[in-house]
Design a protein around this ligand. Structure first.
Ligand code: B12
Length: 282
């Protein structure tokens, strides 16, 4: 009899609150000749002790999480990012991860707002292009560390083609949105930066996708989207929906309709919601 195997099964069943399954493990141990005292000590007590310990650690982590002052951390993060202090930036992220803050929350509450603030400085010409390059490079490294913590969980929710329009090399927002979509069950084909309309359509045909997600950060690259709509219609795909996001759409909330897109989302989580709505998934 493999006691460790029985224990693992019993513990998992209790943890997932599958009580009848837990009971059957006890019966199984009994059938295999395990004395009642052993069942009590080696299965029941041990599993209860472990559950109790884990519950305690989880509630401590939750308590610590409640105390996190995101706006203060965000300010600090932004200052370090602006002055190119890569080590300090990474330290903030490591500390948040150690406090069990989820990667998605860090992306939404710390990383994205900091880049938006950099964009505001850029539009007022209060930051140099080299400072933007450095902050984008540091952000890229942070994002590369966080995204693997949100692994794909494909469950047949549908295929989505994503990319930046031709002439657009703003990759960060696209990578984040693609990761959120994969994490919430979609299969995503990421065509990368600088994608011609014809390539989007080719991939719709190849992958039998119903949605195209376009990440456009420059107004003039976003203006390619009506041509994509025309091309899709001409090739027999009027039912394929176009969803957009990125700086020009964040600035002007009507723009997506003017460019004949079907939907817009301001960040990764809403992007997932929009995808579900358009595919009729509850
Ligand atoms: C970093 C940055 C760069 C970096 C890009 C590095 C990289 N590898 O990505 C560099 C330095 C290369 C760059 C270059 C340029 N940039 Co620039 N850049 C930015 C900046 C500061 C941040 C963009 C970013 O990465 N944000 C981080 C992401 C994570 O944030 P986010 O937008 O919140 O993303 C979320 C949502 O938008 C949404 N989302 C994003 N994509 C999608 C897609 C879909 C389908 C959905 C549903 C949602 C969604 O979800 C994301 C995650 O939650 C923006 C300012 C801004 N406010 O956006 C300017 C900005 C986009 N850049 C601008 C400009 C002008 C340029 C240059 C022309 C500058 C120049 N003179 O050379 C070049 C053009 C390069 C090119 N051809 O692509 C302007 C564009 C203005 C306009 N109206 O067109 C902006 C808005 C700055 C400004 N305020 O003037 N840039």
């Amino acid at each position: 009899m493999d006691i460790e195997f029985l224990y693992a099964k019993f513990y998992q069943a209790l943890k997932e609150q599958k009580f009848s399954e837990a009971k059957s493990v006890i019966y199984e141990a009994h059938r295999e000749g395990m004395p009642a005292g052993h069942i009590l000590v080696k299965l029941v007590n041990r599993a209860l002790d472990s559950l109790h310990k884990n519950l305690h650690e989880d509630s401590q982590a939750t308590a610590e999480k409640i105390e996190i002052n995101f706006s203060e951390i965000q300010q600090k993060y932004f200052q370090y990012l602006m002055s190119g202090k890569k080590g300090e930036v990474q330290k903030i992220i490591d500390e948040l991860l150690a406090k069990k803050v989820e990667a998605g929350e860090i992306l939404l509450k710390i990383i994205t707002p900091a880049m938006d603030m950099i964009g505001n400085l850029q539009s007022r010409q209060e930051i140099s292009l080299s400072q933007i390059f450095i902050s984008a490079k540091i952000t890229d490294d942070v994002v590369a560390k966080l995204l693997p913590l949100m692994p794909p969980r494909s469950n047949g929710m549908g295929k989505i083609i994503i990319g930046n329009p031709i002439g657009d090399y703003h990759a960060l927002g696209r990578k984040i949105v693609a990761t959120f979509l994969r994490f919430y069950g979609f299969d995503v084909v990421d065509l990368g930066d600088n994608v011609a309309n014809e390539k989007f359509v080719e991939n719709v045909m190849k992958e039998n996708a119903k949605l195209i997600f376009i990440s456009a950060f420059l107004l003039h690259t976003a203006k390619n989207i009506p041509d994509l709509r025309n091309l899709l219609n001409a090739k027999g795909f009027p039912h394929v929906k176009i969803v957009v996001g990125g700086a020009p759409f964040n600035f002007d909330k009507q723009l997506y309709q003017q460019l004949r897109c079907d939907a817009y989302a301001p960040e990764g989580l809403t992007a997932v919601k929009v995808a579900k709505q358009l595919l009729g998934i509850a």
